[in-house]
Design a binder for this molecule. Structure first.
Ligand SMILES: [Zn+2]
Length: 384
């Protein structure tokens, strides 16, 4: 059985990461007729006013031709220089990969192997009065609505996954402007997937530039554990209501928290469970993961199996101040809610509360508890 694909986690493109270092490849792919650009304005993608889909620009669409035929050739001359920085050029670009289709017209030969596919780039527009490119260069898309959290979950997983990859790289390119080693300006290299220190003064030491390996800055991914707590026969599931959750609805969900340096995934779960709920859990199963582009997390989904003994399972919200409430629910009540669920970003649950919708890993973990419960019951019945 193959692992199910998480929302935001579908690998639509071949990232061909080894080709990013070839300037020839980057130049050719940027300027090819078939290339697709996913535009963002100040770090957020756009929705087409016509059909509500994620906006994707191509040279073949007339209204976008001006943008691409002016901006991209000019930007190509700035590649791998400090002038390509968004505060000078007005844009950030990042190569996402090749969509491998049989009728693809782009190809590139590297070490005697031909790589074929439609090149995809993320394009973040950050124009000001002082940048090389101006607002007028992007006139035809500036009035488009920006992507919201509600809209992104209505996109196909393929588009949401392209969005996630682009958003994570572009957010990083926009935020990391100065070298952590010496404070000099950073500039993008390898098609916007690495940042290099611009300090050329050899007498001025920089522990990033002068490192023997990793002498560039890489994008970061922040590992986060997300846990559905259950008991040994899966008949109960502990869900919590967060103080931070936005919106005017009541949501009961899994708990989550950032991993800390030098922690295993399992130990991070044990700590988070105790800090947030007071529950003592010693048994953690890693189930599946999901990229989460707000701004750069990797959600590592786990089940925390709590051995009930009138002590371990007792809820105490007083350690840290993150939860408004946490409760042990009967798994059968949750199964009922999931059976009645017909799609959408929330699952109606009892007494006007809600559970997270199917595009979230929280939902998938809760569903996993329900499925484990049903499997155990079926197995037990067959032994009677
Ligand atoms: Zn430096």
């Amino acid at each position: 059985m193959s692992t199910p694909v998480s929302f935001f986690g579908q690998q639509v493109l071949n990232r061909v990461s080894f080709l990013r270092c070839s300037k020839e490849f980057v130049k050719k792919s940027l300027n090819h007729d078939s290339t697709i650009f996913i535009p963002f304005i100040e770090g957020e993608a756009l929705i087409s006013p016509e059909n509500g889909n994620l906006v994707q620009l191509s040279y073949s669409t007339k209204s976008y031709q001006n943008i691409l035929s002016t901006v991209i050739p000019a930007y190509t001359t700035l590649l791998n220089s400090t002038r390509s920085r968004s505060d000078e050029s007005g844009i950030n670009l990042t190569f996402l990969g090749l969509l491998e289709e049989t009728d693809s017209t782009f190809n590139f030969e590297w070490s005697n192997i031909a790589y074929k596919g439609t090149p995809y780039f993320g394009l973040d527009i950050r124009v000001t009065d002082n940048t090389l490119f101006k607002k007028a260069d992007f006139e035809s898309i500036f009035s488009f609505p920006q992507m919201t959290r509600d809209h992104i979950f209505e996109q196909t997983n393929a588009d949401a996954s392209l969005y996630s990859q682009g958003r994570m790289y572009l957010d990083w390119l926009a935020k990391y402007k100065f070298c952590p080693g010496c404070g000099s300006k950073l500039f993008p290299v390898d098609a916007g997937t690495k940042l290099q220190c611009s300090n050329e003064n050899k007498s001025l030491h920089c522990n990033v530039r002068d490192a023997r390996v990793n002498n560039v800055c890489f994008p970061r991914t922040d590992p986060t554990v997300i846990i559905a707590m259950t008991n040994s026969d899966y008949s109960k599931c502990c869900l919590a209501r967060s103080k931070k959750r936005y919106g005017d609805f009541v949501l009961y969900s899994t708990i989550a928290g950032f991993m800390e340096p030098s922690e295993t995934i399992e130990e991070a779960c044990v700590r988070e469970i105790w800090e947030e709920t007071g529950i003592s859990c010693k048994n953690v199963d890693i189930v599946r993961s999901q990229p989460w582009p707000y701004p750069c997390s990797l959600m590592i989904g786990c089940l925390g199996i709590v051995e009930f003994n009138f002590h371990n399972e007792v809820i105490n919200l007083n350690h840290d101040d993150e939860l408004l409430d946490a409760q042990w629910f009967e798994t059968t009540e949750i199964i009922q809610a999931l059976d009645d669920y017909t799609g959408g970003i929330r699952v109606p649950f009892k007494n006007g509360t809600n559970l997270p919708g199917s595009t979230t890993i929280a939902h998938q973990l809760i569903k996993q508890v329900c499925e484990n419960y049903k499997r155990l019951r079926t197995a037990a019945a067959s032994h009677l």
